[in-house]
Design a protein around this ligand. Structure first.
Ligand code: ATP
Length: 580
């Protein structure tokens, strides 16, 4: 990917090479100019000639300055398309993740990957700059030394090559450790983000210590990875010492013996100290930091945003959602999705079949059911025969394996979440004030909150808790009290389709009757997965779930035709007596 980006535009590369030549002109001239200035100028008693050589060198630096400026622009022309390519890949990959199983949400990973793209772009530009500068400088110096005094080359090149080799050999380890550091850093960011997003739930569940330990482990792992990176960077100092300073010693010690004049020795030292050593320093710094970071960032981006395979391309078609095997669609869809507010809450199920797995027996089979707007339905049946499954299908939390569910004419999965509410048996109450708990689904005026509290029947509970502004401690509430809070919250929501899935099972029969009556008066369509037969007695229609078969009728009709319903009636009789 990096190589493709460098070689994609040969003309840009040629332009960069041209300006690089200008930029490294002083590297070629420096030794010559200093040697000549000493020998033909100052040492020969001709200071004007010496100054002229130095002025020539100064002119070369001016040319180099122009070359450096143009080189930066030429590098940018190569690096920006590379950044665009990475960015397109990150955004495309994240969108694909958001619309294909397992529906990973994108915002965080886009932010993280975008940061990695910026790091990669900077690192890429830096790597091109230093590698190019190093290559041109070395060639210029070798040519310059070869024309000044070739006998000095063996004193300079072998230690320089040795230092370079030490550095290059350490690069793979550096890359691995830098990559491990990036992974640890990402993991830490994810842990902290998950913790910050779930603080309320963490406190509610009393999981503070566990979460603190998890995040602590991620911090320790990141710190350990950072220490490992620091250790391997020590090799850089060694390579700079060998390549940059050993040639100086050798030239001073053996140069005169090889017939070098004072000017040639100083000129050679200028090549080493002014050109070779800084070029290697730049390469070590550039490749050791930016190069390793570039490799690590690009490989991370490639891993986290793989290019689409044929399967995912198919999955991305249509509505941007994909099916699990055999057309089942399970689980929450977290990608961005257009939702529609239905015109009413008439519920229609047409030929709905649903099974929890490709090989599982269907829990609901070929079910046709129409609940007119304003209908009050009780769903009854023995345990485990699909009442909660039906409730989840009606709300669009589960999607049928075949057939369709519509609310107000809109497919259930596309219905605006605010249009329906499902209250499960396990009521969710969080740390916060009672008002925050009650208005969680929709804002409401203090008067509306008070009215809802009275209607649903939690007046006494609200008083005991200290009123709407009092802090609620979920752990100190009974299951029934939590249910009352969840019911009042649903009552205050704008939803016109309300599904109570055994949401009153912990209330006493009188409190249950009062809450159901409140929802009946509130209007809209009400589906009650019944815990007690009394719910069925209050409903207009009763749906009896008996395996994959269902019967719909009034209470009296079902008593007349269904032995199973009569059986259930027998089991429920104690409650019925209690109510009467
Ligand atoms: N997530 C799931 N994965 C696999 N099977 C499931 C899942 N949820 C429910 N089932 C199975 O589907 C069947 C119907 O379950 P469901 O919860 O809808 O029944 P129910 O009538 O509401 O039961 P209950 O009255 O005990 O709440 C059961 O056999 C159950 O084991």
């Amino acid at each position: 990917m990096i190589w493709r980006a460098v070689t994609r535009e040969p003309r840009r590369l040629a332009r960069l090479a041209g300006w690089s030549l200008a930029e490294t002109l002083p590297s070629f001239l420096i030794g010559h100019a200093i040697a000549r200035a000493i020998e033909d100028g100052f040492a020969a008693g001709r200071p004007v000639a010496g100054l002229a050589w130095l002025a020539l060198l100064g002119g070369a630096w001016l040319v180099a300055a122009v070359g450096a400026r143009q080189s930066v622009l030429a590098v940018a022309a190569i690096a920006e398309p590379f950044r665009d390519e990475l960015l397109a890949r990150v955004v495309g990959g994240t969108l694909r993740h958001a619309v294909t199983p397992p529906w990973r949400p994108g915002a965080e990973s886009v932010a993280r990957s975008t940061l990695q793209v910026e790091l990669a772009r900077d690192a890429f530009a830096s790597v091109i700059t230093v590698v190019r500068s190093f290559a041109f400088t070395v060639v210029s110096v070798v040519l310059g030394m070869a024309t000044l005094l070739p006998a000095m080359l063996p004193l300079v090149l072998p230690p320089f090559a040795a230092g370079l080799a030490v550095f290059l050999l350490s690069l793979p380890a550096m890359a691995r450790r830098q990559r491990a550091f990036l992974v640890a850093d990402e993991h830490l960011a994810e842990s902290v983000a998950a913790m910050a997003g779930g603080l309320r739930d963490i406190v509610s569940c009393g999981a503070e210590d566990r979460v603190a330990a998890d995040v602590g482990r991620a911090i320790a792992a990141q710190a350990a990875a950072a220490r490992r990176v620091a250790r391997v960077t020590a090799v850089r100092t060694l390579s700079l010492g060998v390549a940059g300073w050993l040639p100086v010693l050798l030239v001073l010690a053996y140069g005169p013996g090889l017939g070098a004049s004072a000017g040639a020795v100083v000129g050679t030292l200028a090549y080493v100290v002014q050109s070779l050593a800084p070029a290697l320093g730049g390469l070590v710094e550039g490749l050791g930091v930016s190069g390793v970071r570039l490799a690590a960032s690009v490989s991370r981006i490639r891993e986290t945003t793989p290019l689409p395979g044929p399967g995912s391309r198919r999955a991305g078609k249509g509505r941007g959602r994909a099916a699990t095997p055999r057309g089942q669609r399970l689980g929450p869809r977290l990608g961005p999705r257009r939702t529609v507010r239905p015109r009413d809450t008439r519920v229609e199920l047409r030929g709905v079949t649903f099974a929890y797995g490709p090989e599982a027996e269907p829990v609901v089979s070929d079910l046709d059911l129409v609940l007119p707007e304003g209908c009050r339905l009780a769903v009854v049946g023995p345990s485990g025969l699909g009442k909660s499954t039906l409730a989840a299908l009606v709300t669009g939390l589960l999607e049928p394996s075949s057939g369709e569910v519509r609310i107000g004419g809109v497919p259930a999965r596309d219905v605006d979440p605010a249009a329906r509410v499902l209250i499960p048996q396990e009521a969710y109450v969080f740390h916060g004030t009672l008002r925050e708990n009650l208005t969680y689904l929709s804002p409401a005026s203090p008067a509306a909150v008070r009215r809802a509290i009275d209607e649903v029947g939690m007046t006494e509970l609200a008083r005991r808790l200290g009123g709407p502004s009092a802090e609620v401690n979920p752990a100190a509430l009974s299951a029934g009290e939590r249910q009352l809070i969840a019911l009042t919250r649903a009552y205050l929501s704008p939803a016109r389709l309300v599904i109570l899935d055994e949401a009153t099972c912990h209330l006493d029969p009188a409190a249950e009757a009062r809450a159901e009556a409140a929802f009946a008066r509130r209007g809209g369509t009400l589906v009650v997965v019944a815990h007690r037969l009394t719910s069925a007695l209050r409903a207009q229609h009763v749906l009896l779930m008996d395996g994959t078969r269902v019967r719909l009728g009034t209470h009296d009709e079902l008593v007349a035709v269904s032995p199973l319903y009569r059986d259930l009636l027998g089991q429920w009789t104690p409650d019925v007596k209690q109510v009467s």
